[in-house]
Design a binder for this molecule. Structure first.
Ligand code: IMP
Length: 199
């Protein structure tokens, strides 16, 4: 079965594609499937936004679509930027601008605890839905470190590995990340679903 990945974020797409391939699931981007759509992320939760994206791409492509909605929740900021992670600070900021703004917002703050969440939604053309969630706890570093990954990776520190996400290889990140965890749960649920369908 072929899946379409409902995302236009090239970094996220590559992470999803490669993690799913590791689980034996073939997936192409919405652009490659000719099903690129502009989806307004109006949901109040990661799960709602993932469902909005997956449903829109499934409707356009006629194929089962998988979406990830994710973000960084910082305890000292009452969970911000959360579902607004991609838009934090406004549209003129790039990834580095956003993480610098977050470091600024936490200046002098000793509580650095945070977590990343990834909500996965997979919608099938018959309307069936599989949902999964993954969380990765960590802290916000005092300065950016590392050059890998994307988004807030240089400032998201994993105390147990003593590295930021940006200092990990893609394989190391996938083994511990919110997205890696969510997609592992998704894969289990997908297997159970396909077995139930007799496929
Ligand atoms: P959305 O899910 O497309 O709304 O965007 C999620 C945003 O959260 C991204 O644009 C990044 O800023 C951030 N984000 C999500 N996952 C990661 C990650 O694995 N590393 C760094 N930033 C991430």
């Amino acid at each position: 079965m072929k899946f379409v990945l409902a995302s236009r974020n090239a970094h996220k797409l590559e992470e999803m594609r490669s993690i799913l391939a590791g689980h034996g699931i073939e997936a192409v981007s919405e652009a490659a499937a000719g099903a690129a759509v502009e989806v307004e992320e109006t949901g109040a939760t990661f799960a709602e936004n993932a469902l909005l994206k997956a449903r829109a791409v499934m409707e356009k492509s006629g194929l089962p679509a998988i979406a990830d909605d994710s973000g960084l929740c910082v305890d000292a900021l009452n969970g911000a930027p959360g579902v607004y992670s991609a838009r934090y600070g406004g549209p003129e900021l790039d990834d580095a601008g956003r993480y610098r703004l977050l470091l600024q917002a936490l200046r002098g703050q000793t509580d650095r605890t945070a977590h990343f969440t990834s909500a996965i939604a997979c919608v099938f053309p018959n309307g069936d839905l599989i949902e999964a969630e993954g969380v990765c706890p960590g802290t916000i570093a005092f300065a950016p470190q590392g050059t890998g990954g994307f988004g807030y990776d240089p400032i998201f520190f994993l105390p147990q590995l003593r590295k930021t996400y940006a200092q990990l290889t893609p394989e190391e990140k996938a083994a511990v990340s919110h997205r890696g965890r969510a997609l592992a749960v998704f894969e289990e649920k997908l297997r159970a679903y396909l077995a139930e369908q007799g496929r």
